[in-house]
Design a protein around this ligand. Structure first.
Ligand code: BTN
Length: 289
């Protein structure tokens, strides 16, 4: 277990908003990290007060010979958090950002050679379901679900994002960002209206360690399901898909596909009705026409 940058973030002269909210002190943080290690399926972890991106760090760790998998990297603050495509991810103070490095067998890929984009697409769906199942009990009475491929949406705004990356040897990096105790009021102008946080929605602070543990528990369940019967994961994603019945436009490079969303197919594809015919979409960026 490694704790990085704790001294830096504990100094008295730090301005108020810079104090990380993951734990109030080094001792409390150590206790939280130990609790995560003892109560989840991860084998080891690393905590950073500040880092560029937990996914970047997970990719680095993936190249090390002696890393214990599943390996968790948590950060209080990311200075260059990454989203899908060329998007950036806003990690406001109090938000939860972490990456999990797992072996191919954990995501149901027998060997590196079976780790194609279709498999990582399925992993992304399983992760989306896990995050929804972990967070739904915290927001009773609100609409929570998934926008394909794996955005977690609460009352029409983005609560959490998932970035899956596959290493050449088949290890997967599962990066998750959850808007927990941050506030949309601190977000950059261009994202403010599109995001929602648990704190803004419920009017109270949430225990980041408990949220992380709940997500890890659901992740273990959904990744296990993916190994045993992937169609149960895609069925659940179909149920949770909030785009069903809506008109969507998918951009794939130069190509645009427009149609009515029919949901998620058994093989994980987004199903669109295009000119009366069902069409499967496996990749692309969704834009609302
Ligand atoms: C998206 O919605 O576009 C994906 C966002 C993923 C953000 C998380 S935060 C932890 C991990 N580290 C990163 O740099 N990105 C992911």
């Amino acid at each position: 277990m490694t704790l990085k940058g704790a001294g830096k973030t504990e100094t008295a002269e730090q301005p108020q908003q810079e104090i990380p909210r993951f734990g109030p002190s080094v001792k409390a943080r150590m206790q939280n990290l130990r609790k995560i290690l003892e109560n989840s399926f991860i084998a080891d972890l690393e905590h950073h007060a500040e880092i560029r991106s937990t996914n970047d760090r997970a990719i680095e760790c993936g190249a090390l010979a002696d890393v214990n998998l599943p390996f968790l990297i948590i950060a209080d603050r990311q200075t260059a958090g990454r989203g899908r495509g060329s998007n950036r991810w806003w990690t406001g103070p109090g938000s939860l950002a972490f990456s999990l490095l797992v072996g191919p067998e954990t995501v149901g890929a027998a060997a590196a050679s079976t780790c194609g984009p279709r498999r990582s697409g399925l992993v992304g769906l399983a992760v989306g379901v896990a995050v929804v199942d972990a967070l739904a009990p915290l927001v009773p009475g609100h609409e929570i679900g998934i926008h394909w491929p794996n955005d977690v949406i609460l009352d029409r705004r983005k609560l959490a994002g998932v970035l899956i990356e596959v290493l050449p040897d088949g290890k997967h990096v599962i990066g998750i960002g959850v808007n927990t105790n941050n506030t949309a009021a601190d977000a950059p102008e261009e994202v403010r209206r599109r995001v929602v946080t648990l704190r803004d929605m419920t009017g109270r602070e949430h225990d980041s360690t408990e949220i992380l543990l709940a997500i890890l528990r659901e992740l273990q369940r959904q990744l296990g399901e993916l190994v045993r019967s992937p169609e149960r994961v895609t069925e659940r994603t179909h149920e949770l898909c909030l785009q069903r019945g809506k008109r969507l436009e998918i951009v794939q490079g130069e190509r645009r596909i427009e149609g009515r969303c029919l949901g998620i197919a058994a093989d994980g594809a987004l199903l669109l009705e295009v000119e009366g015919n069902p069409q499967s979409v496996y990749s692309g960026v969704v834009t609302q026409p």
